[in-house]
Write a protein that binds this ligand. Structure first.
Ligand SMILES: [Zn+2]
Length: 124
């Protein structure tokens, strides 16, 4: 939380203790809808043609796989995860993308990984 509040309706900055925007009167306590960053419900982004796909990456953890998938979809790249393994079985989750998207998808994931490892370095 910063020391000021930004109005979701008109982007003007208000005092932190304001309840309503001084400019447009919007309710500053309203929850922002934009918190949901990833677009998961677009059918065009969750289907990858099995005849035209490439295995982009493998994950041991579902949350990591979904994070990567969400990142790709957020950038408009369709991706699909292999079916859920049975609990307790050491089966990797496979992340598929279309062949034509592989290069861009790789770059996006590499960027994200580099950022994550830089954050880890800072914490160490
Ligand atoms: Zn406003």
């Amino acid at each position: 939380m910063g020391s000021r509040r930004v109005c979701l309706s008109c982007d003007s900055t208000n005092r932190v203790d304001s309840k309503e925007c001084t400019k447009c009167g919007a309710d500053l306590d309203a929850e922002p809808e934009t918190e949901r960053r990833f677009i998961d419900d677009d059918p065009a982004l969750v289907y990858v043609d099995p005849d035209n796909r490439i295995e982009l990456d493998r994950f041991e953890r579902l949350d990591e796989a979904e994070l990567a998938c969400g990142l790709l979809r957020y950038n408009g790249i369709p991706c699909e995860l292999s079916p859920m393994p049975l609990p307790g079985l050491p089966v990797d989750l496979i992340l598929w993308v279309h062949n034509k998207d592989a290069e861009l998808a790789w770059a996006l994931l590499a960027d994200a990984e580099r950022e994550a490892s830089e954050k880890n370095d800072d914490a160490a």
